[in-house]
Design a protein around this ligand. Sequence first.
Ligand SMILES: *Cc1c(COP(=O)(O)O)cnc(C)c1O
Length: 235
Amino acid sequence: MPDQEAITAHLRDIHQRIDNACRKSGRPNTDVRLLMATKTVDPDGIKLAIDAGERLIGENKVQEYAAKWEALKNENIERHFIGHLQTNKVKDVIKYVTCIESVDRIELAHKLHQKLEQANRTMDIYVEVNTSGEESKSGVEPDKALDLMEQITALKTLRLRGLMTIGLASEHEAEIRACFRRLVAVRDAAQKAGLLPSPCELSMGMSHDLEIAVEEGATIVRVGSAIFGSRNYGQ
Ligand SMILES: *Cc1c(COP(=O)(O)O)cnc(C)c1O
């Protein structure tokens, strides 16, 4: 795990990359927030990044929120869920986060609504869209996204605030850019249909492709390895 100096340097580097991409595309850098993807990072590592000024984290697994909760519960940070969410984890995830970026099917939305109603709460959500066509990726297909959003609007505990996607894992910039443009096209159509607010959130871009995402309109980039180093799943 990198030390404070390394994490601070990595974060400075990432903010520089975001700023440069904003400048290149004529956007104010206040348009883009950095979400730290903290999967496999222990609480001490996350705290180093919080001490360096970061305020937004996302975990992929409900179990990781649970395991890190005691150590991080008093931190003044915003917590999102960004991973594949199983319906049997819904009851737990709503204890930990204020936003779920990975809503990709109506069964999940129904389950969330049910548990939120019981808890007398609301939740910000984004619809995750599979813009890469990779079967291994979660997310609703782009041409089914509006239909899903339409159904979600009937669920009053869910506040649809944006869209999320994972770009194609590719060496080719044009292919990655095409994924982000597909998300923008879904956003435009959804706004036109009154299914998304304007402006809304576009969560796209990771360590290796955040510049492309910012150029295409990302409002949140989700970065893990460029902050914390490569992940060791064997731990
Ligand atoms: C891990 C992860 C990221 C960050 O990926 P890096 O390549 O480490 O920056 C972003 N989004 C999701 C959904 C992730 O699981």
